[in-house]
Design a protein around this ligand. Structure first.
Ligand SMILES: O=C([S-])c1cc(C(=O)S)c[n+]([C@@H]2O[C@H](COP(=O)(O)O)[C@@H](O)[C@H]2O)c1
Ligand code: NI
Length: 415
């Protein structure tokens, strides 16, 4: 799976995302060909290979009638070059995107991002969605950045995006409406109840995370956190921002692929999801049923831990451990079959011993053994179900049967 890993150590914006994709090798001519399918005019694109703080990277900008696009959204009539213009609202932008010949997946993803930003702007400015206008200059910039990003990842065949923590600056910025706090209000609004990891640098007194950058990450990242260790960085790129921060102002991106030569490592180290839900109002019978169903669909483990919840309620915490591909299935099962109104999860790195299986013949019958190996360490475990069956049949303890099996194994392996 081709994965794009974002390192927004100096924030993220539409320009930085596209600059970074070009720096990774996205073909500028192919990109422009695809973007032309929008049938938009009045803009030029500039792509410059340059350096910042002695680091080589790419600066991507959208130029409109000689001006670099900056401000984006207004909640009504826009003053532009001394005239009054009504900007494009969400419905008009939706129409431009829908009427284009772009791939349906690109249209759909772009519209999700526009919706995310428009909802946040509407809330911040206490306006309705149709009253939020992406003004004439900013609308083109936003369309190019947002639609362009999805064109870029489609051309580069990126299948999954993972993002590290978004780092914003602090203080205030000057915008069309006056002074705005950082994180800017639209970003702050989109952060509410979102999982996107975020922190601020107090030594950078400007905006590093723009609404467009934040919305794209929020809508596209399948996972957040550190670089997955089982993946191999194949390419790295730097997309520069336009603000002067006194530091390297870039988004770093990595293109990751699975390590082909280390299949063994892959098999021994992988990622699992640990999901939790606290339940204080469901019967033991029903909860037992939930565990049975979870085990049946193939989770690695599922169990309850007694906990005290708010208001001193004795309750149970459900824990389920399973492979990441089962996330939707497990969430649905837990939400359908328990009284919990939500679930929470995190991804964990797991390391396993290399496993193999063998059989031994004891005087009571045949038994299966599981062998775990990690370097010079070795563990042998007797299959419990088989040992229990033999113990019952012969009137023995499970320990006696297991001991017999291990003795036979030891003799066999010493030979
Ligand atoms: O024009 C408006 S209303 C505006 C609102 C906000 C809010 O947070 S509300 C922010 N901005 C600033 O405009 C530029 C461009 O943002 P893009 O996401 O289009 O790149 C950026 O500095 C925003 O913070 C404008
Ligand atoms: Ni705004």
């Amino acid at each position: 799976m081709r994965t794009l890993y974002l390192e927004p150590f100096s924030g993220v914006s539409g320009n930085m995302l596209l600059g970074a994709l070009f720096d990774l090798g996205l073909d500028f001519s192919r990109f422009k060909q695809e973007l032309a399918k929008l049938n938009l005019s009045g803009y030029q694109l500039s792509l410059e290979k340059t350096t910042q703080s002695a680091i080589a990277g790419s600066l991507f900008q959208v130029e409109l009638n000689g001006l670099y696009a900056g401000h984006r959204v207004d909640e009504g009539v826009q003053h532009h070059h001394g005239q009054h213009h009504h900007g494009r609202n969400l419905a008009e932008i939706t129409k431009i995107i829908q009427d284009s010949n772009l791939k349906p997946t690109i249209k759909k993803s772009s519209l999700k991002v526009f919706n995310e930003i428009a909802q946040a702007e509407a809330k911040v400015h206490a306006k309705t969605l149709s009253e939020i206008h992406f003004h004439e200059v900013g609308a083109i910039d936003s369309i190019v950045d947002i639609v362009g990003f999805f064109i870029g990842i489609d051309l580069m065949k990126v299948e999954r995006i993972i993002s590290g923590t978004l780092v914003d600056g602090s203080g205030t910025i000057e915008a069309a409406h006056g002074t705005m706090p950082v994180p800017v209000p639209a970003v702050m609004q989109m952060r509410l109840n979102s999982e996107v990891p975020f922190r601020q640098r107090l030594d950078v007194a400007t905006e590093l995370v723009t609404p467009t950058g934040f919305a794209i990450v929020k809508q596209t990242a399948a996972q957040y956190g550190a670089l997955p260790t089982e993946l191999l960085p194949e390419k790295v790129g730097y997309g520069f921002g336009t603000r002067t921060t006194g530091h390297l102002n870039a988004l770093r991106v990595q293109l990751l692929t699975s390590k082909p030569s280390q299949k063994e490592t892959l098999a021994q180290s992988d990622q699992v999801i640990e999901l939790h839900a606290n339940i204080d109002d469901q019967s033991g019978e029903q909860l037992g049923f939930v565990l049975e169903n979870l085990i049946e669909v193939g989770v690695y483990d599922a169990y309850f831990t007694p906990v005290f919840m708010k208001k001193n309620r004795p309750a149970y915490q459900l824990t389920v451990i399973f492979k990441p591909a089962m996330l939707d299935q497990v969430c649905e099962l837990v939400l359908q079959q328990t009284s919990s109104f939500g679930v929470r999860w995190h991804q964990l790195q797991r390391q396993l011993m290399q496993r193999s299986f063998t059989k031994v013949m004891t005087k009571f019958g045949e038994l299966s053994l599981k062998i775990g190996q990690k370097g010079q360490f070795k563990k042998v475990a007797v299959e419990y179900d088989e040992a229990a069956r033999i113990a019952r049949k012969n009137g023995l303890s499970v320990a006696e049967v297991m001991q017999q099996a291990l003795q036979v194994y030891d003799k066999k392996s010493m030979r």
